[in-house]
Design a protein around this ligand. Structure first.
Ligand SMILES: NC(=O)c1ccc[n+]([C@@H]2O[C@H](COP(=O)([O-])OP(=O)(O)OC[C@H]3O[C@@H](n4cnc5c(N)ncnc54)[C@H](OP(=O)(O)O)[C@@H]3O)[C@@H](O)[C@H]2O)c1
Length: 276
């Protein structure tokens, strides 16, 4: 399977690195990017075919990954529309806020499109991606997409595209919530007298350990929490303070605000791109 990436930035570098590590030949990977230094880096590091010409990159590819910023998506999609018209292949978008209908309009009617939302830890192979298949994308297209993106972490499918705003709010923006939590834990540890670097290591590794337990155990988070919370103990004392401060409600309001913002941004992209 030949894979083309339109846009050769952070996400492409990480996905290409993962595919090469999995044994995919550099010869089967194409990347287009306007920046010469970016192309040279990808060529040298991974042995991929790199070109400034988007259409040339996708010409003989079996799957196309659109990995440009949302504001560059209209131009990038239009630049490959003629090539896609020549032969059917699935196009995967990893850009936030660009709707499937909008992409199909730029790429050409009938183009099978899968919209995905990876998150930042995808850059180190520990991301989580949600995906939604457009009307033209069938089961084999889904398998292809899973295959290409599996190096970024697991992938979950959603049938309803309108849920992508909720995905953006939970896992897209989610790493920042955990970074904030670790900042707060580090500050709290430092306030209690721990050297800051020690407080940071303790907080960060605790986040990693808790994250691994959450993803590797079949227990729900509430059960894992109960298992480390003995009655009248230290953890119970801390959790009582957090609950009294309304942590659950605060999180609900924060995540709802992110989802609303995601929908607003998608509307804005649609309007701006339509008028271009
Ligand atoms: N990085 C993340 O953590 C993350 C997480 C989830 C989703 N995403 C999404 O993934 C996409 C890529 O993100 P990224 O961080 O990899 O971005 P990036 O590092 O900025 O890479 C995008 C690359 O595409 C190039 N480009 C711009 N217009 C182009 C065009 N018309 N044709 C071909 N290439 C073009 C850019 O060149 P110039 O520099 O010259 O513009 C840049 O080299 C974005 O839509 C982002 O929302 C990123």
């Amino acid at each position: 399977m030949r894979i083309a990436f339109v846009g050769g930035g952070h996400m492409t570098t990480s996905l290409v690195g993962g595919l090469r590590a999995r044994g995919v030949a550099g010869d089967d990977l194409r990347v287009s990017d306007p920046v010469a230094a970016q192309r040279e880096r990808l060529q040298l590091e991974f042995g991929v075919h790199a070109t400034p010409d988007n259409a040339a990159a996708v010409r003989d590819a079996d799957v196309v990954v659109m990995a440009v910023k949302p504001q560059d998506m209209a131009a990038a999609a239009r630049s490959i529309a003629a090539e896609l018209a020549a032969r059917r292949r699935v196009v995967v978008s990893i850009a936030a806020g660009i709707r499937i209908a909008q992409l199909v309009q730029w790429l050409g009617d009938g183009t099978p499109v899968v919209r995905t939302m990876p998150n930042r830890p995808a850059l180190i192979g520990s991301g989580i991606t949600a995906a939604c298949a457009g009307p033209g994308a069938g089961p084999s297209d889904r398998t292809t997409v899973e295959d290409v993106l599996s190096t970024a972490g697991p992938l979950v499918w959603l049938d309803d595209e309108s849920l992508m705003d909720a995905v953006t709010a939970v896992s897209g923006s989610g790493p920042a919530y955990f970074f904030l939590l670790v900042e707060a834990l580090e500050d709290a540890g430092a306030a209690l007298g721990l050297p800051r670097d020690v407080a940071r290591r303790l907080a960060s590794w605790t986040a990693l350990g808790a994250g691994r337990m959450l993803t590797e155990s079949s227990e729900p988070p509430a059960r894992l929490r109960e298992q480390v919370t003995s009655k009248g103990g230290t953890t119970a004392a801390a959790l009582a303070v957090l609950e009294r401060a309304g942590l659950h409600d605060t999180f609900a309001a924060a995540v709802a605000a992110a989802a609303r913002r995601s929908a607003e941004l998608a509307d804005q992209f649609g309007e701006q791109s339509g008028s271009r």
